[in-house]
Design a binder for this molecule. Structure first.
Ligand SMILES: Nc1ncnc2c1ncn2[C@@H]1O[C@H](COP(=O)(O)OP(=O)(O)OP(=O)(O)O)[C@@H](O)[C@H]1O
Length: 250
């Protein structure tokens, strides 16, 4: 059995000990899996991600990345994943290329390999003309592309990507999806949170449906359809999602 890259076990957590937001959340990601994390606004997706990033401490349960907990080996834990946040965080006074170089250095990418990766990424994400621009002078989508290029440059075993499609133009979305398929084929795992269910359905192998801080369905599309009480044949993720979370007071 291949070891999971990410293991969330019986996680209960949130912003105040008296009122947890997440309740007994458990799931695993194995190498080569792309998993879609879906749920309505406030379902608990970002809070789950914050626990995985180590920004919040579990009130109960644990999170392991690459087989270790954050407190056991912080360096190993943190170097095993790249995170692409919904809102880009960049250094205003560094250029696009300087961001890439900084990431290359932080992850110890060899010079020759770095040059090739840098050129490929700048071309694929239509950022060549902007490579010398300061981050402060980029559009929102361009800033997001820099975050994505940084993550792809570091080639970690685990990618955590929060709502990547909203700021990107159609070419950017296509480049990102093509790259994600490639990194997945090379054995990385991807946890992607998104509201764009058709894209999630088309690209992810498995799904985690969250509702009010709990997982209400998980697994393949067939598993999610079954949990929603639907016939497996022909059911879409959106139909299953609607059945799982509607009916409830929204
Ligand atoms: N900083 C915070 N302090 C207190 N409560 C918070 C904080 N951030 C989020 N929450 C609460 O935690 C719950 C889950 O929110 P979370 O941000 O995880 O949802 P989400 O699924 O990521 O939603 P969205 O799709 O809107 O991004 C919500 O009830 C929200 O009000």
């Amino acid at each position: 059995m291949i070891e999971p890259v990410l293991e969330v076990a019986d996680l209960t957590g949130g912003y105040s000990p008296r009122r947890p937001v997440l309740h007994n959340v458990s799931f695993q990601l194995r190498p080569g899996e792309m998993v879609g994390l879906i749920g309505l606004n406030g379902a608990g997706k970002s809070t789950t991600i914050k626990h995985i990033l180590g920004l919040m401490k579990p009130q109960q349960g644990e999170v392991k990345v690459g087989g270790v907990k954050l407190e056991d080996d912080p360096d190993r834990y943190r170097s095993a994943f790249a995170y692409v946040p919904e809102t880009p965080v960049l250094f205003d006074e560094l250029t696009v290329e300087e961001h890439l170089r900084l990431t290359g250095m932080a992850y110890g990418v060899a010079e020759q390999e770095f040059e090739k990766k840098r050129m490929d990424l700048l071309n694929e994400f239509q950022m060549n003309a902007k490579k010398g621009a300061f981050a402060a002078h980029l559009s929102k989508g361009m800033k997001q592309k820099v975050m994505i290029m940084n993550a792809l440059l570091s080639e970690p075993p685990l990618y955590i990507i929060d709502e990547p499609f909203l700021g990107l133009d159609p070419l950017g979305i296509r480049s990102l999806l093509e790259r994600l398929v490639e990194v997945k084929q090379n054995g990385s795992a991807i946890l992607m949170s998104s509201h764009i269910l058709a894209t999630v359905e088309a690209y992810c192998d498995k799904f985690i449906v969250m509702h009010h801080g709990r997982i209400v369905a998980s697994g393949t599309l067939a598993d999610v359809c079954e949990a929603a009480g639907m016939a497996m044949r022909g059911g879409t993720l959106e139909d299953a999602f609607y059945k799982l979370v509607a009916g409830d007071k929204l």
